[in-house]
Design a protein around this ligand. Structure first.
Ligand code: SAH
Length: 344
């Protein structure tokens, strides 16, 4: 796919063309990764953050937000729940928390790998290489670090104080250490144009990511981007439709990657978000198993974690939806390598 083809898909509003895009993405998904929808249990282990990312409700400056950090025992309880629900992967996510004890976390990872068959994914932001190495040695399989946008001007505005290129360097280090690496994008950031999203897609196509998360930007009222809606004819909208277009194009370019139907899509479209994403290229869902009292505080964008049901009830709804789509619930860790020999 070349640049002008990407732009044509991204900007089209013609229903017939969109229908073609959805069908192409769904057929590619089926051919390359099969009908299984892999479920990853998400545990939000800390909402402390030393960064000031303009889009995120966890930014350090947001003093009003009560902060929490789960103990090793609390994380292990969540892992037991992930096992009970039959998921093959646990994802440990946090703000960029300097107070997180990296040695203790390595011990938790070692315990999970020793006591359970789960794959372990970490998503803890940028970290010193020594931490990555220790966690990898402890058995962590995967790491998620989204680039969010590849536009260097936008990226440096949105990540104040972050040295130029440091996310990229972190991603490279993780790949060198042998992690299965996931990255991804935010769609519809103020100042993000269609052309910029087309470049993001090109960037993803040139790399070999195991997972790619595509989520809409959901403005948070208590961040600097609250009063700054994206404007202008070239502004990429932060809608469900636009996000689904980017997701579908990602599937066409990266046919065997694991692509989640993101929680942010479900916030924009409580009834349609996950369901349509699964029909437009996605093959993964990450149910949140964090205890409700903490999940509420992992407030990266509004609507997340509020009024949610508990993990068991959510799981039952999800399984019903997956079966209703004629899909199956994935078994085992669902790593990208596994798709090669097994189509569902
Ligand atoms: N500290 C980790 C994890 C961050 S939370 C890191 O930086 O990688 C995980 C994801 O939430 C981020 O990668 C970002 O894509 C998403 N996110 C943050 N703020 C958001 C917002 N306002 N709308 C939508 N997604 C958001």
């Amino acid at each position: 796919m070349n640049a002008s083809e990407r732009m044509a898909w991204l900007t089209t509003t013609e229903p017939a063309k969109l229908e073609t895009l959805w069908q192409l993405a769904d057929a590619t998904r089926k051919k390359h990764v099969g009908d299984a929808v892999h479920l990853r249990g998400l545990v939000e282990i800390s909402n402390y953050c030393c960064r000031e990312c303009w889009y995120c409700g966890l930014r350090g400056e947001r003093k009003i937000l009560p902060r929490f950090r789960l103990s090793a025992a609390q994380i292990k309880d969540c892992v037991r729940l992930v096992l009970k629900l039959g998921y093959g992967t646990v994802v440990l996510q946090a703000g960029e928390d300097p107070g997180l004890d990296h040695r203790e976390l390595a011990e938790v990872v070692r315990w999970i790998k020793g006591e359970t068959p789960l794959a372990v994914t970490l998503s803890l932001g940028e970290q010193p290489e020594a931490h990555f190495r220790l966690w990898r040695q402890a058995g962590a399989d995967r790491y998620l670090l989204k680039i969010e946008t590849t536009d260097p001007v936008l990226l440096s505005h949105l990540h104040p104080g972050e040295p130029h290129g440091s996310r990229l360097e972190n991603i490279q280090r993780l790949q060198d250490l042998g992690f299965e690496v996931g990255s991804g994008l935010l769609v519809g950031l103020p100042g993000q144009t269609y052309a910029s999203v087309a470049q993001d897609l090109e960037w993803l196509a040139e790399r070999d990511f195991d997972m790619i998360g595509i989520g809409p930007f959901v403005p948070h009222p208590d961040t600097p981007l609250a009063g700054m809606p994206g404007v202008g004819p070239d502004q990429a909208p932060n809608t469900e439709l636009m996000t689904d277009k980017v997701l579908a194009l990602t599937r066409l370019q990266c046919p065997d990657a694991n692509l989640p139907a993101t929680t942010a899509l479900a916030v924009l479209g409580p009834d349609s978000g996950r369901r349509l994403a699964l029909q437009r290229g996605a093959n993964v869902v990450m149910p949140d198993v964090t205890p409700l009292e903490y999940r509420r505080l992992y407030n990266i964008y509004p609507g997340k974690g509020e009024g949610s049901v508990g993990p068991e009830a959510f799981h039952a709804q999800l399984v019903e939806m997956i079966r209703g789509l004629g899909r199956t619930v994935g078994q085992g860790p669902g790593s990208r390598q596994a798709h090669a020999g097994k189509k569902d």
